[in-house]
Design a protein around this ligand. Sequence first.
Ligand code: CP3
Length: 344
Amino acid sequence: MGMNGSPFIKACRGTNDGRIPIWIMRQAGRYLPEYRAVREKVSFEQLCKSPSLIAEVVRQPVQRFDLDAAILFSDILTIMDPMGVPVSFPEGGPVLANPVNGPDDVAKLKPYDPALELTFVFDGISEIRKVLPASPIIGFAGSPFTLACYLIQGKGSSNFDKPKQFLHKYPAASETLFNFLVDIVSRYLEEQIKAGADTVQLFDSWGGILSQDDYRHWSARPVQEIFRRLKRYNVPRILFVNNVAPYLDIVADIDCEVIGVDYRCDIARAAAALPHKAVQGNLDPAVLFGSKESIVRQTGSILDSLSTHDNFIFNLGHGIQPGTPVESVYTLVETVHGFQRSTA
Ligand code: CP3
């Protein structure tokens, strides 16, 4: 592994003594004119299936802004199609053709081997390595709960009431569904690592809507099982939880190296609650719509609030939004890279 000396991988392991690393959730995307130019020629689905175009859109923000890590370009819903659940991405968010309405639909989900059905993703990782030989590559997948949210709801939602009710209406079918998702996601991430991913991140975008007990059972437990299966590869394991504050003591016990913190949570409070982990976050993406002075000030206030930076990775507290001024991203990255760490 040639990436062990990079500030990003060192920060994941709590041993960074170089510059503070930064990458940006959804760093390849519609706020970039060069991404929009690619999307004028191909659909999102076509883009996700083309290893050379994947590498091209991954390269764009990394080189433009001098970011410290490259994230695979794909979607958390890419794994659905071979299960027998085709996904389309019309304007306004994903739509699943055959959502899971009850136990019969869970039984119909097709088990498959990601190594055979998702070759374009692994080929994409090999292509990224060619165009960005010195950048750590982040592989990713959705957490089983977040994937179940889309499988059951059939589309995006602001509250995902249907999946929450499903867990209580059909507890046995839910166990079957989550075991199925744990198997697929573990195999998928394993293959991403074999293809060259230097670290993996699970996106638990919707776990934050659960009660404490349900979070433990339906979010943390399946995530723990996936990370347990990946431990032997010795790559840093990152868990991003959107709305992590209510569950800090639960995620502190998950066997992984990094917790990604959303913008609602105080980053210093998260760091204090997670003494054996690195933390990643958490500027509110909306701040990038403000003035240069305000971006510098709020970025600085996150950096100043931390008592150590050896285990810190700067990121936004959720995905960067379409319409974000590109100038704001330069300001953000320059502020983070220019930060003078105290040498106490
Ligand atoms: O970070 C990156 O640059 C890698 C690419 C990436 C995408 N989706 C590309 C994408 C990643 C890591 C994701 C993860 C993802 N996808 C999540 C978890 C992160 C989060 O936001 O909490 C979720 C919930 C999804 C599901 C999804 N895919 C939604 C809700 C949408 C529609 C919203 C939107 O921004 O349009 C997508 C589509 C999608 N995934 C786009 C991109 C760049 C937009 C497609 C386009 O180019 O038109």
